[in-house]
Design a protein around this ligand. Structure first.
Ligand code: G3H
Ligand code: 13P
Ligand code: NA
Ligand code: ZN
Length: 307
């Protein structure tokens, strides 16, 4: 069933589990996400970025997701990932999104508040829930000094003021994660104390972690073995996500892992079967490998069996 982001994230926060929010760009990715979540009885969020809207067309992609969501027996939300403006959030809502992110985190605090509040007022009038972001995403070294961490990771007191002033439904915080396949050397450092602090100051508010792909070693090695080139890739450890989801991180954004799985499976088919040119034989294995990633994330976050 198609529901709002809050319908999924409020119970997740209350019952101390995380829900993955996967980026989609096409039919196969969407099927891997929703079919797997249904199999594991997990709520799930499907998110569409501005780039995805450009690539697939907002209506085409939103309609694919909405149709699968409507027919699924689990709660599914369609979320705008990193919405760039008020106008973009509103056009997404018109296209059927049930959750939008307004990302004004690159602006100063006051401007971020103003932009976010505008979106919250409009979205709430239409029954859609809203995510905003405070802080700057980026990998951090375990031993960097406190001042430097404070410079870009989310400040707990500021987060409280931001939520009070905007009325936002869930808040993305900077805690050491970063986008993409290169999140730092070895095991990227996650500021658990900061998550716990923000979580304890706002015990009802679902928190969001962007940049939460695990970049699994096995997939990276398969990608290389199939001719792919990738440097010193590193993702967020399962243990870190599991721990964070118990103390406030309710929405966990994952894109890179699905991209890697997709590209790896496609490379393997084309390498192993040079005579193959049936798109179904090429994209089917990609859908299967993405489904494994989806299942793994659901289990790590504890959302299996919650729907
Ligand atoms: O946060 C970014 C997501 O991975 C979406 O990426 O803007 O290339 O679609 P994209
Ligand atoms: P990853 O690059 O870690 O998959 O993060 C995706 C994301 O945060 C989308 O908003
Ligand atoms: Na988002
Ligand atoms: Zn993101």
């Amino acid at each position: 069933m198609l529901v709002t982001g809050s319908d999924i994230l409020v119970p997740a926060r209350r019952n101390k589990y995380g829900v993955p929010s996967f980026n989609t760009n096409n039919l196969e990715i969407t099927q891997a996400i929703i079919r797997t979540a249904e199999k594991l009885r997990s709520p799930v969020m499907v998110q569409i970025s501005e780039g995805a809207r450009k690539y697939a067309g907002t209506e085409d992609l939103a309609n694919i997701v909405a149709d699968l969501a409507h027919r699924a027996s689990i709660p599914v939300a369609i979320h705008l990932d990193h919405g760039s403006s008020y106008e973009s959030c509103l056009s997404a809502i018109r296209a059927g999104f049930t959750s939008v992110m307004i990302d004004a985190s690159h602006h100063d605090f006051e401007e971020n508040v103003r932009e976010t509040r505008r979106v919250v007022e409009a979205a709430h009038a239409m029954g859609v829930s809203v995510e905003a972001e405070l802080g700057r995403l980026g990998g951090i070294e375990e031993h960097i000094v406190v001042d430097e961490k404070d410079a870009f990771l989310t400040d707990p007191e500021e987060a409280v003021r931001f939520v009070e002033q905007t009325g936002v439904d869930y808040l993305a915080i900077a805690i050491g994660t970063s986008h993409g396949a290169y999140k730092g050397k070895g095991r990227p450092y996650i500021d658990h104390a900061r998550i716990e602090k923000i979580g304890s100051l706002m015990p009802e508010l679902p928190l969001v972690a962007h940049g939460s792909s695990g970049v699994p070693k096995e997939i990276v090695e398969r990608f290389r073995a199939a001719g792919g080139e990738i440097g010193e890739a590193a993702g967020i450890a399962d243990e870190d996500l599991e721990r964070a989801s118990k103390v406030g991180i309710s929405k966990v954004n994952v894109d890179t892992d699905l991209r890697l799985a997709f590209a790896t499976a496609v490379r393997e088919v084309l390498q192993q079967s040079p005579k193959e040119f049936d798109p179904r034989k090429i994209l089917g294995p990609a859908r299967d490998l993405m489904s494994e990633i989806v299942a793994h994330k659901i289990r790590v976050l504890g959302s299996e069996g919650q729907a």
